[in-house]
Design a protein. Structure first.
Length: 269
């Protein structure tokens, strides 16, 4: 199944009372889920991320094969696609939650659209702010939220794995087949900006250890996605899309592309 998703988030006061609007339909236009979620006190940008998290949580309940997400937030779209860095610690946490949800979908796209094209999601976000509560307008399963627990606070998103391990610490592979992740350095660290002196390799493979020379900032950014990929069901491992991760260290600008190594999990798929 392919799903079409529209999301929008906003806050009155920035930060202030915030809401998220979610509209999910299948490729034929049939409604799956329409809801507004009250988020409590949030910034506009955090509300945009919360809307996407809520949408992905609901969409994953039907195990889609593909997703196309539309948002009128240029910042959200460009950060998810790797064009912009995520500098805010709060948004960085939400960004990791989104990545952990997206790797469970075989194919996905996130696209920017004008605000007028996103009117229904905007209306639902404002409805939640007006009523200061979650408002489930429609759900195909016939149950409020269908597994998405209404909340006036942060969504019940999957917590990212611990990412405090420094470069060189052992990273135990959770599957017997020892799944491996190939990391390509698409943009190297800016000269003189890496506290570890830079990383000369243009690509490396992670099995159970991080390569020597990788700075703690890059390791901290890469580990949550690597662990999430390695914890994916073996039959779905090879279908994980390539993920983009940026080093969060100020001025570094290094960009890494993470992809599953086919057959490394003990499966030929």
């Amino acid at each position: 199944m392919e799903l079409i998703i529209h999301v929008d988030g906003g806050a009155r006061g920035n930060p202030g009372p915030a809401g998220a609007g979610v509209v999910i339909r299948d490729q034929e236009g049939n409604r799956i889920h329409e809801a507004g979620y009250f988020l409590g006190q949030q910034t506009n940008n955090a509300a945009e991320y919360e809307a996407l998290i809520r949408a992905l949580q609901r969409a994953l309940l039907v195990q889609p094969q593909a997703l196309t997400v539309y948002s009128d937030s240029e910042l959200l779209v460009r950060q998810i696609t790797g064009e912009y860095q995520v500098r805010s610690p709060r948004l960085a946490d939400l960004h990791r939650q989104v990545q952990l949800l997206l790797i469970k979908v075989p194919r996905w796209m996130v696209r920017h659209v004008p605000r007028e094209t996103n009117a229904q999601a905007d209306r639902l976000a404002n409805l939640a702010m007006d009523q200061q509560r979650d408002v489930i307008v429609y759900d195909a399963a016939g149950l409020p939220g269908s597994g998405v627990s209404p909340s006036s606070g942060a969504p019940e998103a999957e917590s990212p794995p611990a990412a405090e391990a420094a470069a060189g610490d052992q990273l135990e592979a959770p599957h017997r087949g020892r799944p491996a992740v190939r990391v390509t350095v698409s943009t190297p660290p800016r000269a003189g900006a890496c506290p570890a002196g830079g990383f000369e390799a243009t690509a490396f493979t992670i099995h159970s250890r991080l390569p020597a020379g990788l700075c703690v900032h890059a390791a901290h950014a890469i580990l949550p996605t690597v662990l999430a990929m390695m914890n994916t069901d073996p039959n779905e491992f090879s279908a994980i899309p390539t993920m983009t991760v940026r080093c969060p260290h100020a001025g570094c600008n290094a960009v890494f592309q993470l992809s599953a190594v086919r057959g490394s999990n003990g499966s030929d798929r």
